[in-house]
Design a protein around this ligand. Structure first.
Ligand code: BES
Ligand code: ZN
Ligand code: ZN
Length: 486
């Protein structure tokens, strides 16, 4: 789908015309006649309430869709993403190739108007995305070709920004969704190489032999039971621009998490193909950052492994030495994300980035603490935490900070090694996991984002189809943009 900006009057619009209506406010005069006979309860402009009608030759446009935005005082920017998504869903249902949204810009300031337009572009692009890769029937493949925004002002840049953010997220969603028989660590390496070629990023891939030499024993321990080779992907954007601030993003890349010898129950185990979304969504951040040409240096680290219970698999009780020299007693092989992140974070910290953010589907306990509406955030730096929180509210990938007090760190001390990978008490599972990671972030200002409960949606959402959300792509990109002063 392409988004196009046009200057036009309502009377010139053909096909499907869409208009947003704020509850309690008048719609544009030209569409009023079509709403006159409509009962108040049928359409009051409540959030995402819709009303549609054919115009039966009484207007140039053939069909009208009005979408409620709710009350003006309750408005948040995400309502526009949802409303734009609602239009796309409706038009897709009708198999309309082209839709036109008439924007009434007279209510808001220029700045707000740009943010709002960006949000509309994002909502529309995100809603138009469907994972049809393995569908063989033509009717499953319908896609809207053009989403026209009619507005007075020049909003080209705002639309372009929205499209860049959303297409980067959609790029991640496509890879997130790939099953583990296709998306092996090696396949993700190939995708990272393609991305690097396209955006002239610097890429280094460490294989098993190199990982062994480096002492990346967390990564090696987790992949021991799998026939798929491990890889650590290192991506660098603006590598040589030494005057730009250096930031770092690390993503958990477990292409499939069976739990290993501490095997998971089989119910819903198929969802563990999504255990790579931290790494894949990090690739999406690189795409967005490169598209937006952000004036920063970005280092990315994606440890890619598969956690299987093979004959060579690590056992509960094994003791390993991570990249930074700390020893870990592996009491549960299903707490594998923290083992691969231990190596990746301590290696990343050696590069001395100003800030380091990791994204990981780390703990099932996230869904217990925050449900499916927030990312769990843990941070050693208030400024970084605040930047993530503000960006989260803006892009509507909201984060909620949880504590990292020393007492939680105490819970991870082991009998026979420096650390154990689980606390054994069924308490504060997401926090103790973060406290474990903290041991590897060193002095670097760091934030950990546990995306386990929000990397997929289980039912349709106004602009996200069931499946992978690509969460974190817009959040982290926006945070980096803000930190760099954008
Ligand atoms: N990948 C899982 C976490 C997860 C669970 C993500 C459900 C999404 C949905 C992680 O590797 C894991 O298995 N964590 C364990 C930790 C436990 C053994 C301390 C968990 O959450 O049960
Ligand atoms: Zn696990
Ligand atoms: Zn996992």
């Amino acid at each position: 789908m392409k988004i196009e900006l046009k200057k036009s009057t309502i009377s010139e619009i053909k096909g499907l015309l869409c208009v947003f209506v704020i509850e309690g406010e008048d719609p544009p005069a030209e569409i009023k006649p079509f709403l006159n006979g409509v009962k108040k309860e049928r359409f009051e402009g409540k959030l995402l309430q819709t009303y549609s009608t054919d115009t039966l030759g009484k207007a140039n446009f053939e069909r009208l869709l009005v979408v409620g935005l709710g009350k003006k005082e309750d408005m948040i920017i995400d309502h526009l993403r949802r409303a734009a998504g609602t239009i796309v869903r409706y038009a897709t249902g009708l198999k309309e190739k082209e839709v036109t949204l008439f924007m009434q810009s007279r209510f808001v300031s220029k700045h707000d108007l740009e943010c709002q337009t960006q949000a509309i572009a994002e909502g529309a692009m995100l809603a138009s995305y469907r994972f049809t890769h393995y569908k063989t029937k033509k009717e499953d493949l319908f896609e809207i070709e053009k989403f026209v925004i009619v507005a007075e002002d020049d909003l080209t840049q705002a639309i372009e920004r929205g499209v860049k953010y959303a297409t980067s997220q959609n790029y991640s969603r496509t890879l997130d969704e790939q099953p583990a028989n296709i998306a092996t660590p090696a396949m993700v390496v190939e995708e990272a190489r393609k991305l690097a070629r396209h955006y002239k990023l610097h890429i280094t891939v460490f294989d098993r032999v190199k990982l062994k030499k480096m002492g990346m024993n967390g990564i090696l321990a987790v992949c021991q039971g799998s026939v798929n080779e491990p890889h650590l992907i290192k991506l660098e954007y603006n590598r040589d621009k030494k005057n730009y601030p250096l930031y770092c993003v690390v993503g958990k890349g477990v292409t499939f998490d069976t739990g290993g010898i501490s095997i998971k129950p089989s119910q819903n185990m198929h969802e563990m193909k999504y255990d790579k979304t931290g790494a894949i969504n990090t690739l999406g951040v690189f795409k967005a950052v490169a598209e937006l040409k952000l004036p920063i240096r970005l280092l990315g680290l994606m440890p890619m492994v598969e956690n299987m219970p093979g004959g060579g698999a690590q056992r509960p009780g094994d003791i390993i030495k991570a990249y930074n020299g700390k020893t870990i007693e592996v009491l549960n092989t299903d707490a594998e994300g923290r083992l691969i992140l231990a190596d990746a974070l301590s290696y990343a910290a050696e590069h001395k980035p100003e800030y380091m953010i990791d994204m990981a589907t780390l703990t099932g306990a996230m869904v217990v603490s925050l449900g499916r509406h927030a990312i769990g955030m843990f941070s050693t730096d208030d400024k970084l935490a605040q930047a993530l929180q503000d960006a989260g509210n803006n892009v509507h990938e909201r984060v909620w900070r949880l504590p990292l007090w020393p007492e939680y760190g105490e819970m991870m001390k082991a009998d026979f090694a420096d650390l154990k990978n689980i606390s054994e008490l069924p308490e504060a599972g997401s926090i103790t996991a973060a406290a474990f990671l903290k041991e590897f972030a060193g002095e670097t200002k760091w934030a950990h984002l546990d995306i386990a409960a929000v990397d997929t949606v289980k039912w349709a959402h106004p602009y996200l189809e069931k499946g992978a959300t690509g969460i974190g792509v817009r959040l982290v990109t926006r945070t980096l943009e803000k930190l760099a002063g954008g």
